[in-house]
Design a protein around this ligand. Structure first.
Ligand code: MN
Length: 321
């Protein structure tokens, strides 16, 4: 998988590694592990992200410094590698800066339908996560270089991108990789799972209780819609980032094939998170709304208002049910 990558990487020295905006466990885990691999192999790596890490990933910061985009630092790089995204617009300030530049851009990613024009594209839709791909980079070069930090970073990405090994993207290989990471890193699953998931605040749980009351079923009870309004955030003293993971509740209702969390972001518009636990491809729904993602997890924006966004996504979805 990484033959061409391993051959061509030797033409470069200073490599900028960028993870996508609104970072998650997979993009940060793969970014850190890739930067470590580059430095272990004699390259200079610089990690960039436009946004701060969410609280539950901050513990990984000491593993590798992640910097804010900086033109001077971009100019010092002779190659850029984008991780966990397949279109430059997912990578914040880098896109605008790179428009008039000629440094090559590579991707390592598992989202469907990548953009054209990447010098090297490791694009594996079947991979559970980008972290699974970075593990393969190690296994195809020198697996013994995986130390405890790298093992924890890769484990985090695989766990968060697979709903703790529950999604159908999980294969026997994924589970074997996880077992190997646990051995190499000498840690137990709960050490990391508890940091990632057992960090809910009381206001978050109060917000969840309000959101759960909004759940309605449509299309013969096959689609569940749940929403969060500005007012609900104000009442509970929470922000949109506190809705992380909410969509799994409507998705867990029996017979529901797809679930949508609709968040009213006021002037910014309406944000929709779509999930599927069936053959329903919510990436198609999201794409029709100008968004995208994976078959089972996708997102899109709508100009609003909330009721229009719900009506439109249900109309799009009903074509597939
Ligand atoms: Mn991912």
């Amino acid at each position: 998988m990484f033959e061409i990558f391993l051959e061509k990487i030797n033409n470069y020295r200073n490599i900028g590694v960028i993870s996508h905006v609104r970072p998650d466990g997979d993009c940060i885990g793969s970014q850190i592990a890739l930067c470590q691999w580059l430095e272990q192999n004699g390259f200079k790596a610089t990690a960039f992200n436009d946004d701060d890490l969410p609280d539950n990933l901050q513990w990984m910061l000491p593993f590798f410094e992640i910097e804010k985009p900086d033109e001077m630092k971009f100019e010092g790089c002779d190659l850029f590698i984008l991780v966990d995204g397949n279109a430059t617009h997912r990578f914040g300030a880098f896109e605008e800066w790179h428009k008039n530049r000629s440094e090559p851009v590579w991707i390592i990613d598992h989202h469907p339908d990548p953009d054209d024009g990447f010098g090297v594209a490791i694009s594996e839709v079947k991979a559970s996560s980008t972290c699974e791909l970075i593990y393969r980079l190690y296994s195809e070069s020198d697996i013994s270089l995986i130390d405890a930090e790298i093992a924890k970073a890769l484990y985090t990405g695989i766990i968060t991108d697979t709903g703790s090994l529950q999604f159908d993207s999980v294969t026997p290989d994924t589970v074997e990789i996880v077992a190997d990471l646990l051995r190499r890193g000498d840690f137990k699953p709960n050490e990391i799972i508890e940091i990632i998931y057992s960090n809910k605040t009381l206001p978050q749980i109060k917000l969840l209780s309000k959101a759960l009351k909004t759940i309605e079923l449509y299309n013969d009870n096959q689609v569940a819609v749940m929403y969060v309004t500005h007012e609900m955030l104000g009442d509970t003293g929470t922000t949109y980032s506190d809705c992380e993971g909410f969509v799994s509740y409507p998705l867990s209702i029996e017979n529901v094939k797809a679930a949508i969390l609709v968040k009213d972001h006021g002037d910014e518009g309406i944000r929709m998170s779509l999930r599927s636990k069936s053959d329903v491809d919510v990436n198609l729904w999201a794409r029709e709304l100008g968004g995208g993602g994976h078959k089972k997890a996708a997102g899109a924006w709508h100009k609003g208002p909330l009721s229009d966004a719900i009506r439109e996504v249900l109309t799009i979805g009903s074509k597939q049910l």
